[in-house]
Design a binder for this molecule. Structure first.
Ligand code: HEM
Length: 219
């Protein structure tokens, strides 16, 4: 119980990340998918992969904006969940949809640019997932940071994947793209420093009057 009180955010975040998979499996088990079940699973795993990737990218900006530190370890975990859902997404596409017919899959990759963009994103996520451990971080040193910056490229490729696959209404992928753009801007060192300075000023201003009044009371 004491562990849960100290780590409530981690517990909530992990439970939230597994929940979509649980609901999906539950829907599969009770036959509650749409009339096109394979497409349903493809859409859901794709959407969850995107959501997890964005949550992973949001961890550092959330810490910069709010000073909430427990969010930081989730950066790695959300990235791993993104990979898990993306791998499931690809498995559904290649096994259930294309029956592991590599000739057909290759043709899809060549003919459909959205598949190519998705594949490129997935290929980027693989080394990032493998090297996400502390051991790899130590072994790779400075290269680790450089390598893990490719997560932004993966994000851009996933947005392209999404924009290119929708035929008419691009509003939803555009919204995700806008969110990614904001997260990218918040990563720019100057912007990050300005946000940190603003947060420090805001908390000092908040603490100021309280301190003042308590000093007043003491007098
Ligand atoms: C080889 C890799 C990939 C393949 C072959 C692939 C394939 C697909 C296919 C076939 C669809 C459904 C298209 C349709 O029926 O109109 C789809 C949708 C989608 N995929 Fe992928 N994808 C790949 C990688 C990824 C990755 C890495 C992500 C995210 C991290 C992702 C996120 C999405 C999203 C968000 C959708 C749309 C879901 C929706 O409309 O609700 N995909 N993908």
């Amino acid at each position: 119980m004491a562990w849960l009180r100290a780590n409530w955010f981690l517990a909530l975040a992990h439970a939230g990340a597994w929940l979509p998979l649980g609901v999906l499996l539950w829907d599969v088990a009770r036959g509650a998918l749409s009339v096109n079940p394979i497409q349903d699973i493809t859409f859901r795993t794709g959407k969850f992969a995107l959501l997890m990737l964005m949550l992973s990218l949001a961890c550092t900006p959330v810490n910069t904006l709010t000073g909430f530190r427990p969010v930081l370890p989730m950066r790695k975990w959300f990235g791993l969940y993104a990979f898990l859902y993306a791998a499931l997404h690809f498995l559904v596409f290649s096994v259930l949809d294309f029956g592991l017919d590599w000739g057909l899959i290759q043709r899809e990759i060549v003919e459909k640019r959205y598949i190519l963009a998705g594949l490129a994103a997935l290929l980027i996520l693989i080394p990032l997932a493998i090297t996400s451990t502390k051991g790899w971080q130590r072994r790779l040193g400075k290269t680790w940071k450089r390598l893990h910056r490719f997560v932004y490229l993966a994000g851009v490729l996933v947005i392209l994947h999404y924009i290119w696959l929708v035929k008419a209404d691009v509003r939803e992928p555009a919204l995700w793209g806008g969110a990614l753009a904001i997260l990218l801007v918040l990563r720019i060192p100057r912007v990050r420093m300005a946000v940190s300075a603003w947060r420090r000023r805001a908390s000092a201003a908040k603490a100021g009057p309280a301190l003042g009044s308590s000093t007043g009371e003491a007098k």
